[in-house]
Design a protein around this ligand. Structure first.
Ligand SMILES: *Cc1c(COP(=O)(O)O)cnc(C)c1O
Length: 460
């Protein structure tokens, strides 16, 4: 008999206290944080859905690995274990450990980037784009058109638009293309999966033009769940086999271990090309550390090796994807406009549709993020005009394409009752729809303003 109730497939051995704050306290905390949830202290937060990055709970096996960590400078056994785990999974012989994903991006994209060079992706994650543009190169996003419609159901909304890909390669000329980057799942595009069919077709186009294909594999295990359950021909394959098949299509990969390696810090670059690996390794030694630890302690590498194995356990992945979908389902049932279908690591709420009365230059996403905090102590992240908005010459806001609020779910951290609490907070928000006030930015740094911007009420 198959039970309908999907349980968290783990027992809790160590607990971390959540301090339950009162609404009055939260008014004060949010004021002190200048109405920017990024500036809240974590002990002022009840449920923290700011990010799924580096927030995973490690298993007892990983903690045991932490104790076994070999801290030798060169050739540590923990390194050999991590190197083998990455080689087995990716099929790439050359592995470069880094302190997190963006360091791996920096190594590779400054080597193959530079002025006049072009990168094409389903969607470049923000650190990916930043590293590419920092090198002087151009980053072009080509998601399928379905990706732009938040309410449209599509099984693989993270796919890369094949026709646009070929057009761009022909437009710039194959020799100008530094790499095609396939991001799985497509983080900035809503945590949406990429099908194997799409990955195969992208790989074939890259081969046709002699272009390098790099997999941004932060959530490759979550992506494999979707392929097994939504794409025909994969029913009998394991999640791990599916991921290995996808890696086999690429010339190399970058991974932030803070996502699907179930650790709090770490990353790597893995390549098939020895020449390129040697060039990147030279920079690794200058900026990160010796080639057998990069930016990592031995214990971190041990935990990554174990996490890369655990993340493909079918009970874990099933719980992971279904629990995110559970929150999406509950919000949808309440009539909350969410991006559909639910992504693997997060639920995205369409704040513009939730509060159509708030003008775009009063940041409806920021309003919703702050309201969620005030009502339930829930912290989430605005992905909209605060993060991506620009100004025209007259200083008027050019809004982002969408104003979303991302509820990112840390791995193995929260239980079903925590998610029920989040849904209840939304049901309360629906009742108090009239009370909202827009925000204006009263301070912003020149760069990446969403992290440190300060807000004031629009009416003040
Ligand atoms: C998180 C992430 C990165 C960058 O990794 P960090 O470990 O945060 O530096 C790159 N690409 C994607 C898709 C990510 O989600």
């Amino acid at each position: 008999m198959q039970f309908k109730t999907i349980i968290e497939p783990f027992r809790i051995k160590t607990v971390e206290r959540i301090r339950l704050t009162t609404p009055e306290e939260r008014v004060k905390y949010l004021q002190n944080a200048h109405y920017n949830p990024f500036l809240l202290h974590s002990n002022e937060v009840i449920i923290d859905l700011l990010t799924d990055s580096g927030t995973s709970a490690m298993s007892s096996e990983q903690w045991a690995g932490i104790m076994r960590g070999d801290e030798s400078y060169a050739g540590a056994s923990s390194w050999l274990r991590m190197e083998k785990a990455v080689q087995d999974l990716t099929g790439c012989p050359y592995v470069l450990p880094t302190h997190q994903g963006r360091a791996a991006e920096h190594l590779l994209y400054t080597r193959i980037g530079g002025p006049g060079r072009v990168f094409i992706s389903n969607t470049h994650f923000d650190t990916t784009r930043a590293n590419i543009e920092f090198s002087g190169a151009t980053a072009i996003d080509c998601p399928i058109p379905e990706n732009a419609d938040p309410s449209l159901e599509h099984p693989f909304k993270g796919n890369l638009d094949l026709q646009k890909l070929e057009e761009q390669i022909q437009h710039y000329g194959p020799e100008a293309i530094a790499a095609v980057i396939l991001t799985v799942t497509n983080n900035s595009g809503g945590g949406q999966p990429v099908s194997m069919g799409n990955a195969r077709a992208v790989s074939a186009i890259c081969k046709k033009y002699g272009t390098r294909l790099i997999l941004d594999a932060c959530r490759v295990a979550e992506n494999a769940w979707y392929i097994k359950h939504r794409e025909s021909g994969f029913e009998d394959k394991t999640y791990r086999q599916i991921a290995q098949e996808m890696f086999a299509l690429a010339d190399g990969c970058i991974m932030s271990a803070k996502k699907d390696a179930l650790v709090n810090m770490g990353g790597f670059l893995a390549l098939r090309d020895l020449d390129l690996a040697v060039q990147c390794r030279t920079v690794l030694i200058v900026t990160e550390g010796f080639s057998t630890y990069g930016g990592l302690s031995g214990r971190d590498m041990e935990a990554i090796a174990i996490g890369l194995d655990e993340v493909f356990e079918s009970d874990y992945l099933n719980y992971r994807i279904k629990s995110t979908a559970y929150l999406a389902y509950k919000l949808h049932a309440l009539g909350i406009p969410i991006m559909r279908p639910a992504g693997g690591h997060a639920v995205y709420v369409d704040a513009r549709a939730f509060s159509p009365e708030i003008p775009l230059d009063q940041y409806p996403g920021q309003v919703l993020a702050c309201e969620l905090y005030l009502i339930g102590g829930i912290r989430c992240c605005e992905i909209g005009s605060v993060m991506f908005g620009k100004y025209d010459e007259a200083g008027k806001l050019i809004p982002a394409n969408m104003d979303l609020v991302r509820l990112a779910i840390p791995r193995r951290v929260y239980t079903q009752s925590h998610l029920d609490y989040v849904a209840e907070a939304f049901s309360e928000l629906v009742k108090h729809r009239d009370k909202k006030t827009g925000y204006k930015i009263v301070y912003e740094p020149p760069f990446l303003r969403h992290f440190t911007a300060r807000f004031g009420f629009f009416s003040v």
